[in-house]
Design a protein around this ligand. Structure first.
Ligand SMILES: [Zn+2]
Length: 192
């Protein structure tokens, strides 16, 4: 909408709700006694900011409030408790989604490293090596964890289960890193 200042407290423009050549749509500024309302002298459209937002976006007033609340980060005065919960639930969902995407990516990279390490070890020590057997078990477990996280991203797993998988994957990875460090140390010691 192209707004044109008309006097100190009002703005005029072509009405978005009916077809016209001369602006008859008026927006009253905060300084005007009619503050933050609009009125069209052509078609009679009338209301406040929220009504205007709702009408322009073809929404119910309640939906308009939720949209606006979301855009301004919950600072609106007219937001109900239920709408607040809905908005914060969506923010939490997005945070979790990011958490799981990051976790999937790093787990995937880690999984690739593990595969490489297992392959090298098999070539070096032979298939009967006891650490290799242990790594192979971990490999299967990582497959399972990665599946769990990917399923979660596709929305097929409950968030509670997903958080559990996420925690376990962190622990297993930590354990595996300790094991790997010990293994490297043993190898270095044998070189002396
Ligand atoms: Zn109008």
């Amino acid at each position: 909408m192209q707004l044109k200042k008309n006097g100190r407290r009002t703005y005029n423009c072509l009405c978005p709700f009916h077809s016209e050549n001369t602006p008859s749509f008026t927006i009253y500024s905060q300084d005007d006694p009619q503050n933050d309302r609009f009125h069209c002298f052509g078609c009679g459209a009338d209301g406040d900011q929220i009504n205007l937002y709702a009408m322009l976006n073809h929404l119910e007033n309640g939906q308009a409030i939720a949209h606006l609340a979301h855009r301004i980060g919950l600072k609106g005065k007219k937001i109900t408790r239920k709408q607040q919960l809905e908005v914060s639930r969506r923010q939490k969902d997005r945070q979790l989604e990011k958490l799981f995407k990051d976790e999937c990516n790093s787990l995937f990279r880690f999984f690739c490293d593990l595969r490489k390490h297992v392959k090298e070890r098999a070539e070096f020590y032979g298939e009967e090596d006891s650490l290799l057997v242990y790594y192979r078990q971990k490999e299967t477990y990582y497959d399972y964890l990665l599946d769990g996280l990917l399923e979660g991203l596709n929305g097929e797993t409950q968030y509670d289960d997903l958080i559990e998988v996420y925690k376990i994957s962190k622990e297993v990875r930590k354990e595996w890193n300790i094991l790997l460090a010990e293994h490297v140390q043993t190898y270095l010691d044998s070189m002396e």
